[in-house]
Design a protein around this ligand. Structure first.
Ligand code: 7TS
Length: 408
């Protein structure tokens, strides 16, 4: 069966928009995805009929709101095949999830002289929190390097995992190279030495199936807004035995059991980590997004995204002076970063915008990675389930126009 792109496109109201006289071509999905009407309507219906704060009301709509929020948690647990929904903590997004581990796990477990192993292709969200923790504790950061094709050099792994390593934290898929990293190997090598592993799955969960029972990572963080859901909500998965031993992240309402004047005891997991009023409507929206992804099927979405990136990588060499970064198409998610000789990425993005085409130009929050490539910035096109081959053609046409304009 062919992938039902037209049917899918009809579910996304924004895709009917024009930029000037041009149809919107949205190729910035790695930054954030668009939302189907099923997500927008689920949140709208919640606000119109069941909105109330959760976990405290005895009245009907408060009970409905609580059930919807907790059902969203159950659906995330099923989506990832987590052992229990108590391992699913709602956060504001990937960045907050990683910082939660930094504060609630890292402060307790990282000491002076310890090492944290990262990779050279981390988003700043999985780099800066560890820099801050390392500075606070007197710990050191180590990095698995990447090679000329944007692949991790795993032959270095064993020597980088030392008796001082207390955590390995790694992007499941790179937001700049698109590389799907061999995280299973990293997890196996780290676990053999008793080292827990955190995966930044911001670019993974939206695009391919993850089975936490098979994967066996200790922590995994991602954002709803990159997987058709709303902004303002994300997930931190943590193994029960870690979450139970961790200190709270933020203090306040909801995360407590009993409060005295000078101390308090903590709620059970996952609520111990959910202080204050949560993003309730956003949880409803995330639930609807998961239902949508399940309906289309992630395996098919992955195949579709890869077919687009493969086609794009076949066509991009038609552009004079273009360099692509990262591994072959079959080793990546549906995104490609590139540069064109003597034309600034911002100029490329600005000309494409005149054609209605949205791409990301800049360092994509991976400055050290760009510096290692000797670049300040690249252009990145990233695809998702509603993109088409025709849109790739429009991108290539737009790039040809850009080159003509700048090489007159
Ligand atoms: N980790 C990775 C691998 C990411 O790609 C991003 C966002 C984040 C973490 C942070 O997610 P947030 O939801 O907490 O902001 N990546 C991008 C990007 O590539 N362009 O804009 C945001």
């Amino acid at each position: 069966m062919t992938f039902p792109t037209e049917k899918i496109r009809s579910d996304f109201p924004i895709l009917k928009r024009k930029i000037g006289s041009k149809a919107l071509v949205y190729l910035d999905n790695a930054a954030s995805s668009q939302k189907p009407k099923q997500v927008i309507e689920a949140m709208d219906a919640f606000y119109q009929s069941s909105y109330a704060n959760i976990h405290r009301g005895i009245y009907t709509i408060a009970e409905e709101a609580t059930e919807l929020y907790e059902n969203a948690r159950k659906s995330v647990a099923r989506f990832l095949n987590a052992a229990s929904e108590s391992e699913i903590v709602f956060t504001r997004g990937t960045t907050e999830g990683i910082n939660l581990v930094r504060f609630a796990w890292g402060r307790k477990n990282i000491e002076e002289g310890d090492e944290i192993l990262l990779t050279e292709m981390e988003h700043h969200s999985n780099l800066v929190p560890w820099q801050l923790l390392a500075q606070e504790k007197g710990a050191t950061l180590k990095f698995i390097p990447f090679d000329a094709q944007g692949r991790l050099q795993l032959d270095r792994l064993d020597s980088l995992l030392t008796p001082k390593t207390k955590l390995a934290a790694c992007a499941f898929a790179s937001n700049t190279f698109g590389t799907i990293n061999p995280v299973e190997k990293i997890i196996a090598a780290a676990h053999a030495k008793g080292i827990p592993v955190l995966l930044d799955a911001a670019q993974a969960v939206p695009h391919f199936k993850i089975d936490l029972q098979k994967l066996d990572c200790d922590f995994l963080a991602f954002s709803s807004h990159k997987m058709l859901g709303p902004t303002g909500i994300g997930v931190l998965y943590g193994k029960k035995r870690h979450l139970e031993k961790m200190d709270p992240f933020l203090g306040g309402g909801e995360m407590i059991k009993k409060v005295e004047w000078d101390h308090a005891t903590w709620n059970d997991i996952p609520w111990k980590f959910e202080a204050g009023t949560q993003s309730i409507a956003e949880a409803v929206g995330l639930h609807a997004a998961i239902q949508y992804l399940n309906h289309v099927e992630l395996d098919k979405i992955f195949e579709h995204d890869q077919s687009l990136v493969r086609y794009c990588m076949e066509r991009l060499p038609e552009i004079d002076g273009l360099t692509m970064y990262g591994p072959p198409a079959h080793e990546r998610t549906g995104l490609i970063a590139f540069s064109i000789r003597d034309i600034h990425p911002h100029d490329i993005a600005a000309v494409l915008d005149r054609n209605g085409i949205c791409v990301r130009a800049g360092h994509h929050c991976t400055q050290p990675l760009h510096r290692k490539l000797g670049l300040e910035a690249t252009v990145r096109a990233s695809f998702y389930l509603y993109n088409t081959k025709e849109e790739v053609d429009l991108l290539v046409d737009g790039l040809k126009d850009t080159v003509k304009l700048f090489r007159k």
